[in-house]
Design a protein around this ligand. Sequence first.
Ligand code: ZN
Length: 182
Amino acid sequence: MYCRKCHNDVKGIQKNGFLVCPKCQGPLKKELSSEEKTLLIQSLHQRENRYRDRNDTALSGVVLGVTFLIIGFVFFYLSFKLNLADQSDNTKYLTTDSVEFYIAMVGLVGGGGAFLYGIIQFFFDLRKIRVLKHDAAEIQKTSSAQVGKTGAWLPEFEKALSIKIQNRKKLRQIERTQKPNK
Ligand SMILES: [Zn+2]
């Protein structure tokens, strides 16, 4: 349930027979006055925007990570060198004491880290944005501080996908029927 005072999504605790917010100790109530409702929805929208900003940053992290990973792989390839002591040997050996190898390691570790961190943050923020959007819409509709669960991600994705596939099938059928028979 959302707290009418601090606008946090909290699990109420019992205190002197009242349900209160564990963060601000304010009394929790489902019913929202129209002013409380407006403020709460505003606060949810602001939070949603903050997550959107961070979501963009996370995406930059992913792009940066991929760039460093590519550099890492290129320099890893470059750290294979010929054995200069033996001119007849044409095999390239991985030289771990070369500058190339050092750059490769920095690129792979740094890039891998940025990529992983970015991708996790990206999906976490996306999920948060979805929940905030859903909650704001539900509060708008019901004027209640208590909201239901945001639907799972994948089922919606699959539903959207199946609708797309069905539409494409229908389109193909129409195309087929419109084609003149030879
Ligand atoms: Zn509170």
